[in-house]
Design a protein around this ligand. Sequence first.
Ligand code: UD1
Length: 460
Amino acid sequence: MQAEQENIWGKLVSHSPEHKPEHKVVGFGVSDAKKSVQPSGLDKLRIEGGHALEGEIPISGAKNAALKIMCASLLTSEPLTLTNMPVTLNDIKTLAHLLKHIGVSIMARHDKTAVLHAHTIETPVAPYDLVRKMRGSILVLGPLLARHGFAEVSLPGGCAIGARPVDFHIKGLEAMGAEILIEDGYIKAKTNGGLKGATYTFPKVSHTGTENLMMAATLAQGTTLLKNAAREPEVVNLAECLRSMGAQITGEGTDTIIIEGVTSLGGATHAIMPDRIETGTWMIASALTGGTLRLVNTNLGYLTSLIAPLEKAGLTIETEGKDIIVSRNPGRLVGTDIMTDPYPGFPTDLQAQFLTMLTLCEGAGMVTETIFENRFMHVPELCRMGADITVQGNSAIVRGVAKLKGAEVMATDLRASASLVLAALVAEGTTTINRIYHLDRGYEDIVGKLGNCGAHIERV
Ligand code: UD1
């Protein structure tokens, strides 16, 4: 076993578990032996379509759980050790830089363990330059306010998939006694002697909102009730981590979460759950390209809303321990309808990928997006590859075509980029996907993982 491994955030650290998390985040250098080029945001992906995917894909830790759980490190002065971390993702590195700015020591290793130590809060300010790169940065607000009693976090602003306001986060914290001012593009929040337990009912289910308020409530005085809360597995994974840190939480995974505030939290070791969106993306890849894929170390239980539409379309799905094995049935895929909804409904983060699959189905399928108002940006690009799609309001009608054709395309957000990769894997000829920095935000080693299963894919 290697005694020393490169700290992918810049330092060499011992592989032994006794290391001290004293090194702060300083830049990034990937050392993936398989890659001849260092990944860069300006890279493109070139994919030659038409090759069935056969083999195994290891599923990474979930970005959308890891980001929130990293913010939980702000709640304690003791180290938080996280395993199964998707340490190479750009979103994870972006948040690491913000946490470093706040005063957190972070060390990450190639065995996908990260240790975060917020011994003291050096500054409770999350500046625009760091927050604008990733909306998830808003998740530092609740923990900072709970532990430090004061926080200034830049408003994240809109993004390609919609306006994405944060008013529920603000109203929930106000219900817990915080005084909040929106000034100069910042959320300026303070408490008078700490947060107080309160009841807050979300007007609409909010994934990030639930997580921010749940973290804040762990250190509030008294009991907090979050009603109409998000039920996503990532919320459950965060609650499990907080509980190992000493928090008193019940009801996670239901629409009512109860948090009994405690005076302090301690360090813990916690495993990040497998990425259900990555899992679903590769399940759809198998449906599109044919072949048999084994998705290693994941959980089909997180994807119940995807099983029925994929089976109806013509995919066989089996499980073996923590692995999922998928293979396409003989004949053409069949069109089917889906509508996105908060968990356990169909995830908005798999909508673009599913829509791509429908472009090659027999008959037609309808995709309705209920979470975000502008999440069909992949449609014009898919049409350039020969798809037949009509968008009407928040629905897209997809009429199956016999084949897609390779083209030069560009993606506008993370999951839209993934949908273009899927289209390219099955299209006739070569597709070049621009702006793949979106993919680097949320999919680890996409070239290695797909290339190992027979895809003709390269970074150029
Ligand atoms: C959403 C998804 C999440 C996904 C993530 C990334 C849902 C419920 N959430 O989470 O699964 O991983 O996108 O793509 O499917 N809203 C407000 N005010 C707020 C907060 C939210 O009006 O303060 C609205 C949003 O505009 C949106 C809806 O509530 O229409 C759900 O938003 P929310 O769940 O908070 O979004 P994310 O946390 O980004």
